[in-house]
Each structure stands twice: as structure tokens, then as C-alpha cells.
Write a protein that binds this ligand. Structure first.
Ligand SMILES: Cc1cc2nc3c(=O)[nH]c(=O)nc-3n(C[C@H](O)[C@H](O)[C@H](O)COP(=O)(O)OP(=O)(O)OC[C@H]3O[C@@H](n4cnc5c(N)ncnc54)[C@H](O)[C@@H]3O)c2cc1C
Length: 428
């Protein structure tokens, strides 16, 4: 029990969308919450994603098809996945554990677990977006369009569609002619498309995080700018240290995305995390025939070119091209090959106007070996909670993770089965 009756003082480390959503929920629960980030919240990985609020992304990367695709991926020429061989060798144990999850049984378990968390999250996103008065950011439904250039690629997608059907995801297979009716801005290069009927999207992930942060502060939550450099517990609770200050609290939530494993490591936890880095670049809307830029983006929703391994997403006011996965050290210097190739391939699909920034943005998707996030109590420290590892779908899963975490902290019935997300599923 905390010093505020049943309510506690809680520090959240990390102000990405996952930390902000957790802070908002816990503050609304009546706790006294302090959110600490080393910079402005929502400006790391949560800033530069494709804006998809998915309830359909239930098939994890380490599914049985990955094993079949492995020989080709090892050539390291796929634009969708690139790896640094030295990183793979150094982290061979992580990769073996990741690949060991490419089993049908794990695929089904992960799909069911993610589906529950994604649906809970989308429902809560809609409520918070309404409460924050930022409806203009939200595209309701049909917010994710996967596109296939060849019959072969579409055939390879059959297993994913089977899994989506099995867990209740609603989607529509679209033929070549209909693709252009749905997205007139696309060049006629696609053989088929799969439109996710209920998936939504936002036109600015940063504005969304800011809106939730605004609600958190309006409810009395406190935001601190500090680099957390130490964590310790004594009889009075937790001490969260930066070079300048010591913050005290009853409970700590670690939600620092790709940096969470390092921070948990200070307390002796060996978190099986790697980083799937990704990049983006922005482009002005395509110029019209008389040379003036169009006032609306060429696309109505984020589209994924499955073979090309890139996404083009309409953001306000630009088009955002995002790249696939780069497996390398979290802090290795950026390598722009994939985003440059993505931009070239995207130019075949949509007309891009002028490039906005000189240098691509880079983010780090935090991924655990079973491709499920870690949400719940730290196994060996009372009052320490984990909330990280949301890999490709952290923007989507943040609110559901917050609801689950809040139920665990408040010791109330959880909104879904917490077992798949427990930290204790690993010997850490
Ligand atoms: C190219 C790309 C496209 C993507 N597209 C989508 C998408 O369309 N939909 C979707 O759902 N997901 C998408 N994702 C994934 C999503 O962006 C991530 O899962 C999500 O942003 C992770 O959020 P987070 O809060 O865990 O981490 P972050 O946003 O990285 O936040 C972690 C925070 O911790 C802070 N921090 C770290 N260390 C410290 C410290 N020592 N002291 C203080 N603060 C610290 C950082 O400053 C940072 O703000 C995409 C990712 C990428 C890279």
C-alpha cells in the first residue's frame, strides 16, 4: 500500500507511447504519477512509425514461414530485412531463441494473445482520442492496405490470412482493378491487395502522444526531463536517480522501449531483447500538372508493399516512407541503404514530391525472442513493473498494455489473460 491510502506514487521511466499511455491510465486511476524521459516525450521510436492502429497484426515475424524464407534472407539482399553479420554472431543465442519460436503452436499462441491485446488497445485508443478531442487524427477502419506485386507473393501470404481468419480478423481481398478505385494515387503495379477492414490509422503519431500527454498532465500527472541512471530500493520504496536528482516513489514502471533491457540489467535482469531498427523520410505531396503541390496527400491510408518491404503512410502534411527491419546494434551508426531503396521502390507506386529532410529519421523497435511484449511484475523486485518489448506494433498496443498493467498494479481483475505477457515466462 502506498502513502496515499490505496493509491501509490508511481514513476514511469520512458515517455514513448507505451509509457505515456501507462502514465495516463495510472494517473486516471488516482495514483500520483511522474513520467520521466530524457527528452521530450514521444520523440523516439513512437515519433516516426507508420501510424497504423492495428487489430490485425497477429502474425509474428518468427512464424514457420520465416524458416522457409531463411536461406534467401541470409543472402542479405531483401529490402524488408537486413542484418549486420557481426551483430548476429555476437547475439547468436538471441537469434537461435528467436528462430526456435517459429513453431505453429507458438504462432497460434502469439496470434491469440496479440489479438486480445490489440482489440483492447484499439477500443481504448478510440475512447482516448475522443476524450482528447483529436478525432481529426484518426482514420476509422480500412486503415492498412497490404499490396502484392506478384501472384507468388500473394500465394505466400495465404498462411497469414488463414491465421487472421482463425482469430477473427476481418479483411477483404481486393483485385488489381479495385486497388486503384480504393487508392487512385497508386500506380497500376499491384496484382492483389488485402484491406484490413477494422484497422485504423493516425495521421501523426507524435500528435497522438502529445494529446495523451496533455490528458495526463490535465489529470495532475507530472512530466520530468532527466536521464535515468540508477534504480534502487530501500525500506521507504524506490529511488530513481539521474545525475542531478533522486526521485522517490512506491512503484516504478519501466517503459523505456529499446533501452529497457539495459535499465533492467542494472538490477540483474537478463532481458532477451534485440532491436529491429527502421527509418523514415518525408515527401511533399505530389505536384499537380500545373506545378502547384496538391493540398491532400496522394494516399488515404498507410500501404505496405509486401515484396518491396516498405510502407507509404499519409501523414499531416507529408507522405512518410518507412523502411523494413535492420538487425544491428541499437546504437550502431545509421545505414541509409534500406530507406534509400525503399524510397526508390515507393516512387514506382506513388508520385513523391520534394524530399523534406536531408537525413532520414531512425527508430528502434524493441523485440523479445517470442515477439510478445513483457507486461507485469518484475520477478525479483517488489513494486517494479515491466512494460516494453512491443516490437512492430507498440503504437497499436500501448493502451491495452496500460489497462493490463493498471489492473495488475491495482490488483483488480485484468481485462485479459496476463500469462502470455508475464516477465516470468522467461528465466531472467
Ligand atoms: C519504421 C517504423 C514503423 C513503425 N510502424 C508502426 C505502426 O504503424 N504501428 C504500430 O503500432 N507500431 C509501429 N512501429 C513500432 C512502434 O513505433 C514501437 O513499437 C513503439 O514506438 C515503441 O514505443 P515505446 O514507448 O516502447 O518506445 P519509445 O518510443 O522508443 O520510447 C522510449 C522512451 O524511453 C526514453 N528513455 C530511454 N532511456 C531513458 C533513460 N535512461 N532515462 C530517461 N528516459 C529514457 C526515450 O527517450 C524514449 O522516449 C513502427 C516502428 C518503426 C521503427
Amino acid at each position: 500500500m502506498g502513502q496515499y491510502g490505496m493509491k501509490k506514487s508511481i514513476i514511469i521511466i520512458g515517455g514513448g507511447i507505451v509509457g505515456v499511455a501507462a502514465a495516463l491510465k495510472l494517473q486516471l486511476d488516482g495514483h500520483k504519477v511522474r513520467l520521466i524521459d530524457r527528452g521530450p516525450p514521444g520523440r523516439e521510436t513512437s515519433y516516426g512509425n507508420a501510424g497504423v492502429l492495428s487489430e490485425s497484426s497477429v502474425v509474428v515475424l518468427n512464424n514457420p514461414r520465416l524458416i522457409k524464407a531463411l536461406p534467401k534472407l541470409l543472402l542479405n539482399r531483401s529490402n524488408g530485412v537486413r542484418y549486420n553479420p557481426w551483430f548476429v554472431l555476437r547475439r547468436l543465442g538471441w537469434f537461435i531463441r528467436f528462430l526456435a519460436h517459429c513453431r505453429p503452436a507458438h504462432g497460434r499462441h502469439a496470434a491469440l494473445s496479440l489479438r486480445g491485446l490489440l482489440q483492447l488497445s484499439l477500443d481504448q485508443h478510440k475512447k482516448w482520442i475522443k476524450a482528447a478531442g483529436v478525432d481529426h487524427l484518426l482514420r476509422h477502419g480500412g486503415g492498412w492496405f497490404k499490396l502484392f506485386r506478384s501472384a507468388k507473393a500473394f500465394k505466400n501470404y495465404a498462411a497469414e490470412m488463414d491465421m487472421m481468419r482463425a482469430v477473427g480478423v476481418k479483411f477483404t481481398v481486393v483485385e488489381r482493378e479495385q486497388i486503384r478505385q480504393i487508392e487512385p494515387g497508386l500506380a497500376p503495379i499491384y496484382y492483389k491487395g488485402v484491406l484490413m477492414d477494422e484497422t485504423c490509422a493516425v495521421s501523426s503519431p507524435a500528435d497522438l502522444t502529445d494529446a495523451y500527454l496533455g490528458m495526463f498532465q490535465a489529470a495532475g500527472g507530472v512530466v520530468e526531463c532527466a536521464v535515468v541512471s540508477g534504480l534502487a530500493r530501500d525500506d521507504d520504496g524506490w529511488q530513481v536517480r539521474s545525475a542531478e536528482q533522486v526521485f522517490r516513489c512506491d512503484d516504478v514502471v519501466l517503459a523505456a522501449g529499446a533501452w529497457s533491457a539495459e535499465i533492467a540489467g542494472w538490477l540483474g535482469y537478463d532481458i532477451p531483447m534485440a532491436w529491429e531498427r527502421g527509418y523514415h523520410l518525408h515527401f511533399a505531396p505530389a505536384p499537380t500538372s500545373n506545378g502547384t503541390p496538391e493540398s491532400t496527400p496522394a494516399l488515404g491510408r498507410p500501404v505496405l508493399d509486401v515484396e518491396g518491404g516498405f510502407v507509404v503512410a499519409p501523414m499531416r502534411p507529408h507522405l512518410r516512407v518507412t523502411s523494413g527491419v535492420e538487425l544491428t546494434d541499437r546504437d550502431a551508426p545509421p545505414n541509409f541503404q534500406q530507406i534509400n531503396k525503399s524510397v526508390a521502390l515507393a516512387g514506382e507506386a506513388v508520385t513523391l514530391g520534394a524530399q523534406i529532410e536531408d537525413k532520414p529519421w531512425m527508430g528502434r523497435r524493441p523485440t523479445l525472442v517470442d515477439s510478445l511484449p513483457m507486461i507485469g511484475a518484475a520477478p525479483r523486485h517488489h513494486g517494479l513493473w515491466f512494460n516494453f518489448g512491443h516490437h512492430h506494433i507498440g503504437l497499436s498496443m500501448a493502451p491495452g498494455s496500460a489497462l493490463l498493467l493498471s489492473a495488475l498494479i491495482n490488483d483488480t481483475p485484468p481485462p485479459l489473460d496476463p500469462a502470455p505477457f508475464r516477465a516470468s515466462r522467461f528465466a531472467i
